[in-house]
Design a protein around this ligand. Structure first.
Ligand SMILES: N[C@@H](CCC(=O)N[C@@H](CS)C(=O)NCC(=O)O)C(=O)O
Length: 284
C-alpha cells in the first residue's frame, strides 16, 4: 500500500469493508475489514489513544488475523445448548474456530446474512470457500462428512447410519422443541400459563422415557460407539436438572440417562466445550 494516497485507498474500499483504521506514523494507509459484530469498541479506542495509532492498529489487526487464520467462524451464544454441540465437535476434529457471540436483541445483518433464520449456531467454513451453514444437526453432519474421514464419530454400517439419522432427527423434532418450550414457558414467557407448562413438562417426561429405555445397557446411542449422535443429545440431556428445576433428584427416575450424561461429560470435546461455555457465560 506504500506510495498510495488516502484518496486512492478510500476509493478502492470494497462495499463489505466496514472499518478503516490507519496509521500515519509510517506514512501509509492500512485498511482493515472487521465483521459487523466486531466493530471497534470504546475500549479499543482508549487503548489506541493511550499507546498511539500504531498500537491501536496492531490490537485490532490481531483480532482480524485470528478470524482469518481460523478454519471456521462460529456464530454462537453463551447460554443456549445448540452452539455447544458444534464446539464439542470442532474440538473433537481439531478444527480451529473463532467465535462471534450473537446478541439476540440485536441480530446484525452480517449474522442474518449467514443465517436468515436468525438462530445460533451458524458457521462459515473458511477451508471450503466460506461455505455458510445453519441448523445445528446439519452443521454436525457437514463437519463430520468433510473433516472426519476416518469415521471416528460416524458409522459405516447402513443400519447404524439409519439409526443415527433417526436419533439426530428425534433431537431436532422432539427433544429440542419440547425441552425448549418447557424452558420458555417456565422461565421466560411474560405470563405464567400453567396448562402450557404442564403440557411441555409432560412431553419432556415422555421424551425422557424414550431416551431412558433406549439407554438401558448401552454406553452410547448408536452402535456402541461415541458419535455425533451423542454430542447432539448431550447438550440437551445435561440440562434436565435445570429444566425440571430439580438439581438433586431429577435423574433418579432416569438413572440410565443420568449415568450417560455423567459419562459423556468426560469426553474430550464435550469437556472442553463446556469449560469454554462456562467462561463465556461469565463474559457475555
Ligand atoms: N433447530 C435449531 C435451533 C436453534 C436455536 O433455537 N438456537 C437458540 C440458541 S440455543 C437461539 O438462537 N435462540 C435465539 C432466538 O430464538 O432468537 C438448531 O438446532 O440449530
Amino acid at each position: 500500500m506504500k506510495n498510495r494516497s488516502h484518496a486512492d485507498d478510500i476509493l478502492s474500499i470494497p462495499n463489505d469493508i466496514i472499518a478503516v483504521i490507519w496509521s500515519n506514523r509510517s506514512g501509509f494507509l492500512n485498511l482493515l475489514k472487521l465483521p459487523e459484530s466486531r466493530t471497534p469498541t470504546e475500549d479499543d479506542a482508549i487503548s489506541g489513544r493511550k499507546a498511539g495509532n500504531q498500537a491501536c492498529l496492531t490490537f485490532i489487526f490481531r483480532q482480524q488475523q485470528q478470524s482469518n487464520m481460523s478454519d471456521i467462524t462460529l456464530y454462537s451464544h453463551a447460554s443456549g445448548p445448540n452452539p455447544w454441540k458444534v464446539v464439542a465437535l470442532l474440538k473433537e476434529l481439531n478444527l480451529s474456530y473463532n467465535t462471534i457471540f450473537v446478541d439476540f436483541q440485536n441480530k446484525t445483518p452480517d449474522f442474518l446474512s449467514k443465517n436468515p433464520n436468525g438462530r445460533a449456531p451458524a458457521i462459515v467454513d473458511h477451508k471450503r470457500n466460506d461455505k455458510a451453514l445453519w441448523e445445528s444437526v446439519a452443521i454436525l453432519l457437514y463437519l463430520e462428512h468433510h473433516y472426519d474421514k476416518e469415521n471416528r464419530l460416524w458409522f459405516t454400517n447402513e443400519d447404524e447410519i439409519a439409526d443415527a439419522n433417526q436419533w439426530l432427527l428425534f433431537q431436532a423434532s422432539g427433544i429440542g422443541p419440547y425441552f425448549g418450550q418447557k424452558a420458555w414457558f417456565s422461565n421466560f414467557h411474560h405470563e405464567k400459563i400453567p396448562s402450557a407448562i404442564e403440557r411441555y413438562e409432560k412431553e419432556v417426561h415422555r421424551v425422557l422415557g424414550v431416551v431412558e429405555k433406549h439407554l438401558e445397557g448401552k454406553e452410547y446411542f448408536v452402535g456402541n460407539k461415541y458419535s455425533i449422535v451423542d454430542i447432539n443429545n448431550y447438550v440437551w440431556l445435561v440440562n434436565v436438572p435445570w429444566l425440571l428445576n430439580d438439581y438433586q433428584t431429577a435423574f433418579e427416575k432416569y438413572p440410565n440417562t443420568g449415568a450417560y450424561v455423567k459419562r459423556l461429560g468426560e469426553h474430550k470435546g464435550i469437556k472442553e466445550a463446556y469449560a469454554e461455555k462456562a467462561a463465556a457465560a461469565e463474559k457475555h
